[in-house]
Design a protein around this ligand. Structure first.
Ligand code: FAD
Ligand code: DHB
Length: 394
């Protein structure tokens, strides 16, 4: 098999890249190891920042998002028993976010790709990416029981944190920067209407909690739990009781969340990781294949989209003019945004969670930081600017 751009991984990064390349008249093949149903059902992120929304529209994948997505103009930070709203448009010159699940983004992109894009092979597991330093990099993969080779002009590794494309960058060239956190999230989906119109990020003496949603009838809720937590130790009633306690407001004693059947429950560990560079020869990395963030602040999916927007522009320039200038600067351009998001995600995580080893002094510092954001438009604007998505090059 031969194509112009071989894309390893059919998650949001790989699928959006394939779409953007298709719009630019560049052929690609997407290899996805899982089956379609698995990829479409995998529960993950839920918040799209403004540049991601704009890119999905530009890729022709915005119609259902614009019909069914929920536009949010702010979030609430809750701490010390009180809530403080952060108004996004007012602080950022009009930017907002969209609540539209990753599962839905992926479904829309897959449907478009199958209807009018290049090949998208499910059950096609990449075994290795070879020839990064040649003019014909290739992907060796297994599909329908047979080993095959996809030869390309460029290979893009969009195969997530556990993928194989990263290994195409030789060990001596590659550096990984990492941080782990002493807590995880227990996440649930519940058939219960969200009680808040906007997301609530709660700092409490019992640990962090987040109230999000997937629609006007489905809630997505998260609790900070110790690493190694078994979801079986958290029967539904325990989860709801704990959520009630962590979201408690001094002004509303006895208040409780609206409960409903819990339809999914899982524990997510947290990690920050960046692998540099994001390009070696004719192999480029994008999304979780190159970096991951802890989920607080909802940057993972948005960073994956930002990478492929930059990359699609670089590949389009390469085929329109022959110039590789934007491809040559891809890694540096993408990494600037990556490190900004790494810092923001780290900041949101460490400011809102309770480290089991933290002292009363540390807690006072967290509360002072949160109080500053609540009291100062400058500090709030910094949060809003990062949350809604920095402009490209900004
Ligand atoms: P992925 O979505 O991981 O896609 C990679 C694709 O490559 C997958 O489909 C995989 O099957 C495929 N693949 C892997 N190896 C191979 C191979 N060898 N050959 C072929 N295909 C391969 N972000 C948030 O902002 N908020 C959240 O709440 C949130 N929750 C998350 C929960 C979990 C459990 C995880 C893992 C991530 C979560 N994230 C969240 C992060 C966000 O979902 C990711 O950043 C986003 O999915 C990145 O997209 P991607 O396309 O780069 O990678
Ligand atoms: C969601 C996840 C996040 O990490 C976040 O910061 C906000 C919302 C979500 O899954 O809805």
């Amino acid at each position: 098999m031969r194509t112009t751009v071989g894309i390893v991984g059919g998650g949001p990064a790989g699928l959006l890249l394939a779409r953007l390349l298709h719009r630019a008249g560049i052929a690609s093949v997407v290899l996805e190891s899982r089956d379609r149903g698995y990829v479409e059902r995998r529960q993950r992120a839920g918040i799209l920042e403004q540049p991601t929304v704009d890119a999905l529209r530009a890729a022709g994948a915005g119609a259902r998002m614009d019909r069914e997505g929920l536009v949010h103009d702010g979030i609430e930070l809750r701490f010390g028993g009180r809530g403080h709203r952060i108004d996004f448009p007012g602080l950022t010159g009009g930017r907002r976010v969209m609540v539209y699940a990753q599962t839905e983004v992926v479904k829309d992109l897959i449907a478009l790709q199958l209807a009018e894009g290049g090949p998208l092979l499910f059950g096609a597991e990449a075994l290795a990416v070879t020839g990064a330093d040649t003019d014909t990099p290739a992907v060796r993969f297994r599909h329908e029981g047979r080993e095959q080779v996809l030869t390309c002009d460029y290979v893009v590794g969009c195969d997530g944190f556990h993928g194989v494309a990263r290994d195409a960058v030789p060990e001596g060239v590659r550096t990984t920067y990492e941080r782990t956190y002493p807590y995880s999230w227990l996440g649930i989906l519940a058939d219960a209407p969200p009680v808040y119109e906007e997301l609530v990020y709660a700092h409490s003496p019992r640990g962090f909690a987040l109230a999000s949603m997937r629609s006007t009838s489905v809630s997505r809720l998260y609790l900070q739990v110790p690493n190694g937590t078994d979801p079986a130790d958290w029967p539904d009633a325990r989860i709801w009781d704990e959520l009630d306690a962590r979201f408690a407001l001094d002004a509303a004693p006895g208040w409780r969340l609206e409960r409903g059947p819990v339809t999914a429950k899982s524990v997510l560990p947290m990690r920050s990781s960046v692998t540099e560079p994001m390009r070696y020869g004719r192999v480029l990395l994008a999304g979780d294949a190159a970096h991951i963030v802890p989920p607080t602040g909802a940057k993972g999916l948005n960073l994956a989209a930002a990478d492929v927007i930059v990359l699609a522009r670089a590949l389009a320039a390469r085929y329109a003019t022959g110039s590789t200038e934007l491809l040559d600067t891809y890694s540096a351009t993408a990494l600037r945004r990556v490190w900004r998001a790494e810092h923001f995600s780290y900041f949101m995580t460490t400011t809102l969670h309770t480290d089991p080893a933290q002292s009363a002094f540390d807690t006072r510092l967290q509360l002072s930081e949160l109080d500053r954001i609540a009291a100062s438009p400058h500090a709030a604007a910094e949060l809003a600017d990062n949350y809604t998505g920095l402009a490209f090059g900004g």
